[in-house]
Design a protein around this ligand. Structure first.
Ligand SMILES: *[C@@H]1O[C@H](CO)[C@@H](O)[C@H](O)[C@H]1NC(C)=O
Ligand SMILES: *[C@@H]1O[C@H](CO)[C@@H](O)[C@H](O)[C@H]1NC(C)=O
Ligand SMILES: *[C@@H]1O[C@H](CO)[C@@H](O)[C@H](O)[C@H]1NC(C)=O
Ligand SMILES: *[C@@H]1O[C@H](CO)[C@@H](O)[C@H](O)[C@H]1NC(C)=O
Ligand SMILES: *[C@@H]1O[C@H](CO)[C@@H](O)[C@H](O)[C@H]1NC(C)=O
Ligand SMILES: *[C@@H]1O[C@H](CO)[C@@H](O)[C@H](O)[C@H]1NC(C)=O
Ligand SMILES: [Zn+2]
Length: 679
């Protein structure tokens, strides 16, 4: 589940993406002809290794392109929920970061601070008495925990929403109700308070996942708090079933459909029999900073949750709140994986700074220039489409506004080059021997600024952790962001490889994100990112007709034994389908302008495919994955992206050029007569 405050369209959602041990065999500076030959041969071997050449490409192109992926990257054997090609990219980035974190030659005080944090994490010994005492102090700051105090626990000293408000004020943690500050959805130049359901990723539905989760909590209760085994089991069960009830009512509507503006007086009055919201926000922001107005993003959730809290024994409330506070400080890795786990924690708390450091160390202006140049090509193609007669189902007026939005769309590499890190971390104390206190200092430094944020110009939430692994479109800034990790050479594209791969992957990624500005949700936001629908009625109607085609097509696909959910939100499928088309057109355009000699280099020895066939193979192999069977139903249900297999099959079977390039017969499954398309 992704909180709806994330007005952010990411390419893919990571599912417990643990790092792999696959070592990168390439150094970054191999430039001789001989080395180039080897690099290309390695790429061919990699691509062939994923393929199942005996599968018929026109029957099931995913099987043909990725049929052997699971042999080399089996999720089950690697102990992972899933494996995919983005993890390889992320592993490369994390290795570079680890090298920096272990280096002896860090210069700035901020870099050393980040390094001390990493070391404090890597030094944690779960059995250490001092660590356990530190954990105890974490919850004691807000009261006793019934799980530990047992019969001695004094329920009349506890009030859930005041406790929650204190925790939020001091550490900015969102536990039962989330309070966020970000720009006004209708006017991005100012900030507003949003009352939301908390954003906690959780796999839903599967009984087995619940059992695993319960076992984990039960073990942690015993290990960290010394709760006796039987009692721990009961509490874990209790916490888990409460969690389920808590999230039951979260709606999946889009933000613009579910947001309501309240005055503080209205909010206080409506809910006064449950809690006093004026006092609640006063505790969080200080009485002098209580906002006059705020957004509630899911009223039904707030209604339900307050009733649920009223009907929940206070011991369960206290266990739940203090436990989820405490979880922040747990070290959930065994000794072998600890340093990798700590790299992730460092990214979590120093997100922008870690991106910035890796970017500065490994910067390649050539790779950056390539990204921007492909972006201009892709944008140019969409602009031509909007100007020509291909999209004449959209009225001239609406197309004119679309062109303006497209022209104002910006592309950013997430290097955080102009971030004021001194302001973010300058005053934070970091001790290399005290992991728990370090996190407390980092969280409270962030929380202190939050009341001030209300007076500042509109700003986004901090997405740095998510943005470090995936390209994204930020709808409220009308910006496409590219992670530093993607600039690493020779993962997805490279000088030695055919340009077909660059267009199939980079071209596709950029086009996919671009199309999010014009999909079901993007249609409602203008060029400045304000919620201000700009499509006229006729164009909307025509769009809906086309969107419904995708809805039916993808719903007919079966995954893990069930049909994919029939959802009105077809944004990801629209972006995939248009994305691969625009990328292909860009490649065609590039290809037509090349000499015969240059075109020769567009094929790969030992891969008997034409350059256009390589394009489609490269696109499909971006999506090779292996999902552990336990997680498959979650992937189909909880992710608004189709499972990888259908991202390939759905988009290519809608694209006529694919069938021509692979010479599919008219009866072939990959070449259905009726094809869905928006763009
Ligand atoms: C329980 O807490 C209440 C309120 O803080 C206090 O008045 C009362 O004395 C406490 N009872 C015990 C047994 O500590
Ligand atoms: C957005 O807010 C700013 C600052 O309050 C105001 O000047 C501007 O007119 C508002 N814009 C819109 C479109 O409401
Ligand atoms: C709610 O809290 C505020 C601030 O503490 C207080 O002024 C107000 O009277 C309270 N409202 C009710 C109905 O108790
Ligand atoms: C839309 O623009 C095209 C090209 O400028 C023009 O030929 C066409 O008549 C216009 N359509 C309408 C309905 O105005
Ligand atoms: C075609 O290639 C030439 C030479 O490489 C280049 O100058 C020109 O801009 C290219 N044209 C297009 C449409 O890409
Ligand atoms: C395409 O397929 C047809 C029959 O399905 C065959 O006759 C033809 O030779 C094929 N063309 C290529 C280029 O493979
Ligand atoms: Zn997307």
């Amino acid at each position: 589940m992704i909180s709806r405050l994330w007005l952010l369209f990411i390419l893919q959602v990571p599912i417990l993406a643990l790092p792999t041990d696959t070592e990168n065999v390439f150094a970054d500076d191999l430039t001789s002809e001989y080395a180039k030959g080897i690099i290309l041969a390695a790429k061919v071997a990699e691509m062939k290794g994923m393929m199942k050449p005996e599968a018929a490409p026109c029957d099931n192109f995913y099987e043909y392109a990725c049929g052997n992926w699971n042999r080399q990257n089996p999720a089950l054997l690697l102990g992972k929920a899933m494996t995919d090609s983005f993890q390889l990219l992320l592993d490369g980035f994390n290795r570079r970061l680890l090298r920096i974190l272990r280096s002896q030659s860090l210069q700035s005080e901020l870099e050393k601070k980040m390094q001390r944090f990493f070391l404090s994490c890597a030094n944690v010994n779960r059995d250490d008495v001092l660590y356990k005492v530190a954990l105890e102090n974490v919850y004691r700051e807000f009261g006793e925990m019934p799980a530990v105090a047992g019969d001695q626990w004094n329920s009349s000293a506890f009030n859930w929403w005041r406790t929650e408000a204190h925790i939020h004020q001091k550490y900015g943690k969102n536990l039962i109700l989330a309070v966020d500050i970000m720009h006004d959805i209708k006017n991005t130049s100012l900030n507003r308070v949003y009352l939301n359901p908390p954003d906690r990723s959780k796999f839903s539905g599967s009984r087995l996942m619940d059992i695993l989760e319960e076992a984990r909590i039960s073990k942690d209760l015993q290990d960290y708090l010394g709760v006796e085994a039987k009692e721990a089991k009961n509490i874990a069960k209790n916490l888990n079933s409460f969690d389920e009830k808590l999230f039951e009512g979260v709606s999946s509507n889009t933000l613009e459909d579910s947001v309501s503006l309240y005055t503080m007086a209205e909010l206080e009055e409506k809910y006064i029999s449950y809690l006093n919201f004026t006092e609640y926000f006063g505790l969080i922001f200080g009485e002098e900073n209580i906002p006059d107005q705020l957004y509630v993003t899911d009223e039904e959730f707030v209604d339900n949750i307050l009733v649920l809290m009223k009907n929940t024994p206070s011991a369960t409330q206290a266990n739940y709140i203090l436990w989820h506070l405490l979880e922040t400080y747990f070290v959930d890795a065994n000794e072998k994986d600890l340093s990798k786990w700590c790299v992730d924690q460092t990214k979590k708390y120093f997100g922008q700074l870690t991106e910035n450091l890796v970017y500065k160390r490994y910067r390649s202006s050539k790779a950056e220039a390539e990204v921007f140049s492909v972006w201009e090509e892709i944008r140019g193609i969409f602009r031509e489409h909007l100007k020509g007669d291909k999209l004449d189902w959209i009225t001239n007026d609406t197309r004119q506004v679309a062109i303006e939005k497209l022209d104002r769309m910006a592309l950013h590499i997430n290097s955080y080059d102009s971030e004021d890190f001194e302001k973010l971390f300058g005053k934070v104390e970091i001790d290399r021997y005290n992991y728990v206190a370090n996190i407390q200092h980092l969280l409270s430094a962030k929380a202190i600024g939050s009341a001030e944020k209300l007076k500042l110009p509109g700003s986004s939430l901090d997405f740095s952790q998510t943005l470090s692994f995936t390209p994204a479109y930020n709808i409220q800034e009308n910006i496409i962001t590219i992670p530093v990790a993607l600039l690493q050479p020779r993962y997805f594209w490279g000088d030695e490889y055919p340009e077909a791969l660059k267009y199939a992957i980079l071209g596709f990624l950029l086009a996919h994100e671009m199309v999010h500005g014009f999909d079901g949700e993007g249609r409602s936001y203008d060029a400045s990112g304000n919620l201000a629908p700009w499509w006229d009625i006729k164009s909307r109607y025509e769009f809906e007709e086309r969107r419904k085609c995708f809805q039916a097509q993808y719903h007919a696909y079966k995954y893990a034994g069930s049909e994919l959910p029939e959802t009105e939100d077809q944004s990801e499928n629209i972006a995939d389908n248009a994305g691969v088309k625009f990328a292909y057109i860009a490649y065609e355009k590039w290809l037509r302008n090349q000499t015969e000699e240059r075109k020769q280099r567009e094929t790969m020895k030992e891969l008997e495919l034409s350059s256009r066939q390589i394009f489609f193979l490269g696109y499909a192999q971006l999506w090779c994955d292996d999902v552990h069977s336990l997680f498959q139903s979650s992937v189909a249900k909880d992710d608004n992206h189709a499972p990888s297999k259908f991202r390939v099959i759905g988009s290519l079977s809608n694209f006529q050029e694919f069938s021509w390039v692979y010479n599919c017969s008219q009866e072939a499954p990959m070449d259905p007569e009726y094809k869905c398309a928006v763009y």
